[in-house]
Design a protein around this ligand. Structure first.
Ligand SMILES: Nc1ncnc2c1ncn2[C@@H]1O[C@H](COP(=O)(O)OP(=O)(O)O)[C@@H](O)[C@H]1O
Ligand SMILES: [Mg+2]
Length: 275
């Protein structure tokens, strides 16, 4: 773990330095919290996540309580760090597929949305293997990649959970994900969606770092990123390589060690809480 500690220390230092030069476009969360566009939110079809679905798909943060605690702790740290820095856009990525990015992004969004004064936008940008729609068992008329290509409006590819969480979904993979994500048009469309919904925080569920270059040309559009690693399957070397690459592309908010079966019971909740 020494290598991981050293990598984290480096990322923290880089983050500390970068906080002095924030991009001018990044509004502090408090600035957008005062007004929001009720009509744009009302146009999104509402989705209710049932208790059965939550149990099946490890959706732990719909309501609070013991199983939501790890996500609530992550929520508090995320808000504090991002608010202090005036950051708004967070990417969730991992070295390889299957580390738990989508599970974490959804639970973090749900946990944040339990703070009713916050407006949260979660967007599936894993355009090769999108699975947020399957996780919440909902198919939209269209996909986010079509929205980014200006083929359909956002409300055809999105749902609303409660009054303050909007989720953009894909029903199918995109044909040219890297080119689309690297395009100026994709950023413009995402910025337009933000203008409409005025979210306090935007979470992008991204593709894995080692699988393609999809993220490389997009991560300068976000303010920070979380790297999700799966204990027992992600190697330390892969965490190290990805954390370094991520730190060159954006601010690394942290590395989340997921799927820990043998967590220290004195320091939190263990694996069995997710069964
Ligand atoms: N904390 C966890 N403990 C055990 N299994 C998990 C955990 N988080 C996610 N999973 C499972 O791992 C699999 C991959 O998760 P997913 O979120 O789809 O990963 P990714 O988006 O990184 O590909 C799913 O079956 C999911 O239920
Ligand atoms: Mg995923």
């Amino acid at each position: 773990m020494e290598k991981l500690e050293a990598a984290l220390a480096k990322a923290r230092e880089a983050r500390r330095q970068s906080q002095t030069s924030l991009p001018p476009s990044m509004l502090p969360p408090s600035a957008s919290a005062v007004s929001f566009a009720p009509t744009a939110w009302a146009a999104l079809p509402e989705l209710t996540i049932s208790a059965d679905l939550a149990r099946q798909n490890r959706i732990a943060a719909v309501t609070g309580g013991k199983v939501a605690t790890p996500y609530d702790m992550l929520r508090s740290r995320t808000i504090r760090l991002m608010k202090d820095a005036g950051w708004k856009r967070l990417a969730v990525t991992s070295p390889n597929a299957g580390c738990g990015k989508t599970t974490l992004a959804l639970n973090l969004a749900l946990s944040l949305a339990r703070q009713k004064e916050l407006k949260i936008l979660l967007i599936d940008l894993d355009l090769r293997r999108p699975n947020l729609n399957r996780m919440i068992a909902h198919s939209t008329q269209a996909s986010i990649h079509q929205v980014l290509m200006r083929e359909v409006p956002f409300e055809q590819a999105a749902v609303r959970v409660g009054d303050n969480l909007a989720i953009g979904l894909n029903g199918s993979p995109a044909k040219y994900p890297a080119e689309l994500l690297h395009s100026a048009q994709a950023r413009e469309v995402l910025a337009e969606i933000e203008t409409q919904l005025k979210p306090d925080l935007v979470i992008f569920d991204m593709s894995p770092m080692l699988a393609s270059d999809d993220n490389v040309g997009f991560l300068d559009h976000v303010d920070c990123a979380l790297l999700v690693a799966a204990s027992e399957s992600t190697t330390l070397q892969n965490i190290d390589v990805c954390e370094k690459e991520l730190a060159q592309l954006t601010n690394v908010l942290g590395v989340v060690l997921n799927k820990c079966r043998y967590a220290d019971q004195t320091a939190g909740y263990g694996y069995e809480d997710y069964e």
